[in-house]
Design a protein around this ligand. Structure first.
Ligand code: C2E
Ligand code: MG
Length: 838
């Protein structure tokens, strides 16, 4: 039942009115004619009072003068007014409260707008649904007023007035019921009927409705018949009540009031509940240990809780209105924040750990949950941030982790952490095909130190030993304490066997100097066992066991030494280490020598140049060829000083030949792959050339095809740099690899030396000859001089001449020999001013 219609909309106008001095009967006559239930008594524009049908019950019909009284004498005054914008719903209850049946509806300026009666309200309430649900009998309030037909009008009106009834059932002599209503009484006033019996005044027949019928049907009957009362009959047809519009209105009021009361109770209950919820939420926010920030949709802080202040050091006043970037620690990249907001945008929240800064500048780690709060339309209105400081927890976790994974005495990783790292490193070594080494270290006679100097000194000693181990190892190496005086070292990514051997030596050397422990100066040695992945085992257990076995062998051999698990490796490592040392000494002791091999011009048969080839005059091994030591020199880095030595010697040799007045020929120097990778050699070479005063054109550099391929970028840069200095470049061992012609074209290369392997069978295999011929053709197209290497047979030479090759080199033309011998065989004095060839 709801109707918010303003009452002004149903107010009736024009208003039936009369002057105050109009006799009552005339006023009543006006009402009858107009079918109106009231008349407004007006003086000019002013409403003095109102006389209604109900007032007619108060007329004294025994007094004939009563009907002639001016209406002003009997009217009700003042007239109750209501504003025209009052909702219809509110007026329903007012009728009952004010005990009136009409209101004068006034506009905002006070002028009369119309009159509204109870009937108007019943007819306009929009209460059909409500009326449908209610039965007529629900409105009945006891038996109706029943009067017999011979009752006088004055007695009847008095009875009606006293009983508060606006109508009475009148039973006539024949028993048919009629009805006497206030409207009938008004008619009596208008017609001067006098105090007659009411049988003649009552309206007949009395229209009835059954008690079980709906109020809706009853109301419709009243409206259709333009009447205001219905008799209510029970199942037996007996009149059990009268139903008037006022009764319907009262019923609506009762229902409405009940509903209103219920609604109010509901509202109060809801308010009470939400107030309590709010209080609870407020208390939770106030008392929670977690910091809470609420921002608006733009991210400006709107409110914070006390925990926020406790955690950040900022008061609410300092934070409100600011952006949370106030707490930024600077530890996260813009990408971090971008990802954070993207998550909030797509998922509605973000949860994670973030470093923030307190007001005092201290950076702390907080666990933060940011949630976007949306309104009913889905638009973000706020963000809430819930956080707690987890720095301590993290530190605690870290501490526990350290305790779990580290040795308490030395702070080194313990067996657990070591095993973890070892299995990771093994997996990596397996994937990358690299070696890995385990070095098992056991202090010699540690038990004796412990027993004689005490455990305290023993502990201090272990700490110092651990420190020394750490100092002598690389960052990537792991040193762990397994137990007592046992340590284990892991070297990941070992390229050759000398690395763990050198590390073992460093460990032995690290303990060389005496240690201070507990006021004692102690010299301690250790025995070391080494195992290598994959040669000595592929699992952690096996490698550890083998390192341990090797360590015991070192102990058996007299302690203070290392042993590799595989005996052969021991020998090989020894050999290599011995070689490495002696090669190092060789440079100092001047054991290296250069031999020169001639390059002969095929057309004219004259010496076109020489290739410098390195030899090692080893005190025990005799004259060693490069194959025996160049790789070692490369692996140990000794190749760098060797290169400088060779270039210097070549320059010296050229100078010597020139000094001997011999024709200068270009001399080729070999550069290995490692030399191309290790260090930019051009600057150093340029310096040597400058110092020696040799024309750079007389020094040629041979770079093997494979080196060009392997070290493409560096090689290219170096080749270009050497070319800039003025030196010529030759590609050595061409054809052994797969260098692309395009690659050769890009580089400033002057010569191509065809590898010996391609020339071996040219005299017997036409295919091989064809390949060489094609190579020569291609090289000539690129304007390269072609040299054939390793020529031992005359047939090779003549065929190559036929194929158009430019120069040859090989035992046929001369073995590599020292500079003096080379000059004797291959160099002549410079040509006389006369042309050499006629
Ligand atoms: P390479 O540059 O290909 O040098 C030619 C090699 O072939 C030399 O071996 C030479 O003695 C050998 N040889 C010359 N003619 C014949 C022949 O007719 N038959 C046979 N079977 N061999 C012949 P060597 O002197 O033992 O040098 C070997 C390699 O060592 C050289 O190959 C070169 O790559 C490298 N090498 C030599 N000296 C140096 C140097 O000073 N520095 C660098 N980095 N490498 C060098
Ligand atoms: Mg060469």
């Amino acid at each position: 039942m709801s109707c918010d219609l303003p009452v002004g909309r149903i107010a009736r106008a024009p208003i039936l009115h009369c002057p105050p001095d109009l006799p009552l009967s005339e006023a009543a006559a006006l009402m009858c004619r107009a079918h109106c239930s009231f008349i407004l008594v007006m003086e000019g524009d002013r409403a003095l009072g109102i006389w209604t049908e109900h007032d007619a019950l108060k007329v004294d019909f025994c007094d004939a003068d009563a009907l002639r009284l001016p209406v002003a004498a009997v009217m009700s005054s003042p007239v109750k007014t209501i504003p025209s914008d009052l909702p219809l719903r509110e007026i329903t209850t007012r009728f009952q409260h004010d005990c009136v049946r009409h209101y004068l509806v006034v506009a905002e300026d006070g002028t009369a707008h119309g009159i509204v009666s109870q009937s108007d309200v019943v007819l306009h309430q929009g209460i059909e649904e409500y009326l449908w649900l209610r039965e007529v009998q629900s409105t009945l309030r006891g038996q109706p007023l029943k009067l017999s037909g011979d009752t006088t009008l004055s007695a009847a009106t008095q009875a009606m007035h006293q009983s508060g009834c606006d109508a009475a059932v009148v039973t006539g002599a024949d028993g048919t019921p009629g009805i006497l209503t206030e409207r009938d009484v008004v008619r009596c006033v208008a017609e001067h009927r006098g105090d007659c019996p009411i049988a003649a005044l009552a309206s007949r027949p009395l229209l009835t409705v059954r008690a079980q019928e709906s109020l809706y049907q009853a109301r419709n009957l009243l409206v259709e018949r333009r009447i205001r009362h219905l008799g209510v009959i029970d199942d037996g047809g007996a009149i059990v009540g009268l139903l008037g519009l006022a009764d319907i209105l009262a019923s609506i009021e009762r229902g409405y009031l009940g509903e209103l009361k219920e609604a109010l109770r509901d509202r109060d209950r809801a308010l009470d509940w939400s107030r309590k919820q709010l209080q609870l939420a407020e208390r939770v926010i106030e008392s929670t240990l977690e910091g809470i920030i609420i921002t608006d949709a733009q991210g400006r802080i709107q409110s914070v809780n006390p925990a926020f202040t406790r955690l950040t050091g900022y008061s609410a006043e300092e934070a409100i209105g600011k952006s949370p970037s106030l707490f930024s620690s600077g530890r996260h990249s813009p990408d971090f924040y971008r990802a954070l907001w993207e998550t909030i945008r797509t998922e509605g929240h973000w949860h994670g750990e973030i470093w923030n800064r307190r007001k005092d500048g201290v950076v702390y780690l907080e666990q933060l949950t940011i949630t976007a709060i949306r309104d009913d339309s889905g638009a973000i209105t706020h963000y809430t941030g819930l956080f707690r400081d987890i720095t301590e927890r993290k530190e605690h976790e870290e501490h526990i982790r350290r305790l779990a994974y580290h040795d308490a005495l030395t702070g080194l990783p313990n067996r657990l952490l070591f095993n973890d790292r070892l299995s990771l490193a093994l997996a990596h070594a397996h994937r990358s095909g690299q070696r890995l080494a385990l070095i098992f270290v056991d202090l010699d006679r540690f038990k004796k130190i412990n027993d004689t100097l005490g455990h305290n000194a023993g502990d201090l000693l272990l700490q110092k030993v651990a420190q020394r181990f750490k100092q002598c190892l690389r960052e990537d190496d792991t040193v762990a304490r397994l137990s007592g005086d046992e340590f284990i070292i892991m070297l990941p990514e070992v390229s050759d066997i000398t690395e763990p051997v050198k590390a073992a030596r460093r460990v032995i050397d690290a303990l060389g100097a005496p240690l201070q422990a507990g006021g004692h100066e102690i010299t301690v040695t250790c025995s070391i066992g080494i195992s290598i992945y994959p040669e000595d085992g592929t699992t952690a257990d096996v490698l550890l066991k083998h390192a341990d076995t090797a360590m015991y062998r070192a102990k058996d051999l007299g302690r203070n030494r290392y042993q590799l698990y595989t005996a052969a490796q021991n020998a090989r490592s020894f050999e290599r280490l011995a070689m490495e040392k002696s090669l190092r000494d060789a440079i100092e002791r001047d054991e290296l020598v250069l031999h020169f091999q001639a390059l002969v011009d095929l057309a004219g048969g004259r010496t076109a140049g020489a290739e410098a080839l390195l030899r090692w005059q080893h005190p025990d091994l005799g004259l060693a060829a490069p194959a025996q030591f160049i790789q070692l020199a490369e692996e140990t880095g000794l190749i760098v000083p060797i290169r400088a030595w060779v270039v210097r010697k070549v320059c010296e040799q050229i100078r010597a030949w020139q000094a001997a007045d011999l024709a200068a020929v270009p001399v080729a120097v070999n550069l290995s792959a490692r030399q191309l990778r290790e260090q930019e050699p051009a600057a150093e070479i340029e310096q040597i050339l400058l110092e020696s005063g040799v024309d750079p054109e007389l020094v040629c550099f041979e770079v093997s095809e494979s080196a060009l391929l392997q070290e493409a970028e560096d090689a290219n840069a170096i080749v270009r740099a050497l070319h800039r200095i003025g030196c010529r470049i030759a590609v050595d061992n061409f054809g052994a690899g797969y260098a692309s012609v395009r690659q050769l074209k890009r580089l400033p290369i002057a010569r191509l030396k065809i590898d010996r392997s391609l020339l071996r069978d040219i005299t017997t295999s036409p295919d091989e000859a064809a390949i060489v011929q094609a190579m020569i053709g291609l090289a000539h197209q690129l304007s390269l001089t072609v040299v054939a290497e390793g020529i031992e047979l005359e047939e090779q030479r003549s065929l190559l001449r036929d194929l158009g090759c430019d120069e040859v080199q090989g035992y046929l033309l001369g073995l590599p020999v020292p500079g003096d011998a080379f000059a004797q065989t291959h160099l002549q004095p410079p040509p006389s001013p006369r042309p050499h060839r006629a």
